[in-house]
Design a protein around this ligand. Sequence first.
Ligand SMILES: Cc1cc2nc3c(=O)[nH]c(=O)nc-3n(C[C@H](O)[C@H](O)[C@H](O)COP(=O)(O)OP(=O)(O)OC[C@H]3O[C@@H](n4cnc5c(N)ncnc54)[C@H](O)[C@@H]3O)c2cc1C
Length: 371
Amino acid sequence: MTPPSISRRDLVKAGALAALGTIAGSGCSVARRTPTRRFAKVRVARDRVIRITVGLRPYRPSGFVVRAQRFGEKLVVHNYGHGGAGITLSWGTSDMAATLAMEAQPSRVGVIGCGVMGLTTARLLQQRGVAVTIYAKDLPPNTVSNVAGGQWSPVSLFDRNRRTPEFDAQLVKAARFSWNYYQRLSPAHHGIRWIENYALSDEQRTGTPDHPEIAALYADARLLEGNDHPFPTRYAQRFTTMLIEPSTLLETLTSEVRQAGAQIIVRELRSVEEVVALPEPVIVNCTGLGARELFGDQELMPIKGQLVVLLPQPDVDYITLRDRTYMFPRSDGILLGGTFERNVSTLEPNDAQVTRVLDEHTRFFERMRGA
Ligand SMILES: Cc1cc2nc3c(=O)[nH]c(=O)nc-3n(C[C@H](O)[C@H](O)[C@H](O)COP(=O)(O)OP(=O)(O)OC[C@H]3O[C@@H](n4cnc5c(N)ncnc54)[C@H](O)[C@@H]3O)c2cc1C
C-alpha cells in the first residue's frame, strides 16, 4: 500500500517538523528545560475497549475539489475529496465554495450532504443572507465526519507526486481560514479545545516544511530530547493545535443551520439529472465519497481508517503521534488510530489492525515515564 503523501503519522516527518523547522530558523528549536507538567499514562487493555469505529476517508491523490460547473441553467459548486483532513479544512474550503456559489447571486441554495462540509457550507451561505436547503442520504451521527479523530492538522489529503503550485495555494488559503474561523467559535459549544501534540521518533529529522505558511500556524513548537520528555523515544517534537470533537461540532452545527431557517431533507440523489431537477438555482455538492458515483469522479477513492476506542480518561491531556499509530484523548473515549487502507471500502473492522494498534500502544505506554 502506498501511503498518502503526508499522513497523520507522517506528521512527525512533515507537519510537526515543518513547524519546528520554522522555529529552528529563528534559532530556538531545542528546548533544554525539563518539563514540569504531569503526564498521565493511557491505560491500554482489551477489556477497556468500548467500541471500534471504521470510516472511509474521501481521498483524491491530487487533492480536494472546489470548483464551479454549469449544467445548463444550474450552477453546481463542488466541495469534496478532503481525505483525512475534512474536519480541519472544512471552514476554509466551504468559504471558497460559498464564494463561488454567491457569484450567481442566488437567494436560495441547495446543499447536498450533511457531513462537516455540508454543514459548514450551509452556515457560511446563511451568513451571506441565503436560504439553504440541505439534501442528504445520511445525517449526523451517521456520516464519515462523525468517525473522524478531530485533530486540526491538514495532513493525509493528497499524494506528494500529484502536488501543484495551484493546489498548494488553495490548501494554504483553506487551512489558514479554517484555523482562524475555528477560533471564532465558542469552544465548549462546538467541541473545540487546545492540546499539546507530541510527535515521537528516535531520529532528529530536519526535513524542510512542505508548507511553511501552514507549519507556522502550529503553536508553541519545541524539540525535546532525552529526559526533557517522558516518552520512550529519543526525541519528542511538541506543538499545540486544536482537537475538535466531531459529534459535538456536528450536532451544534445541525442546530445552528436549523435555527437559521434551513430545511434538512433526507434524500439520496442518484444522478446528475436528479441534481439538476432540484428547485434551487445553485447547488453545492458536499457528498464526500458519494461524489464518485454521483458526479463520476473516478479519482476519488476510499482510504479506510479504523479507531479503537478505550474508556475515557480525563486526566490524559496530550496527543501522541508515532510512525504507525496515534492517540487522541477525547471526552467520548481515548482514540487509538493509525490505519490507512487505500482503496478498501469495507466497513468491517480489521482484527489484525485492532491487535497491532492495541499491542503497540500497550508496549509504548508501559515504557513511558509517568503516573
Ligand atoms: C478514521 C478517520 C479519522 C479521521 N481523522 C481526522 C482528523 O483527525 N482530522 C480531520 O480533519 N479529518 C479526519 N478524518 C477525515 C474526515 O472525517 C473527512 O475528511 C470528512 O469527514 C469529510 O467530510 P464530508 O462532509 O466531505 O463527507 P461526509 O462526512 O461523508 O458527508 C457526506 C454527506 O453527503 C451525503 N451523501 C453522499 N452521497 C449522497 C447522495 N448521492 N445523495 C445525497 N446525499 C449524499 C452523506 O449522506 C453525508 O451526509 C478522519 C477520517 C477517518 C475515517
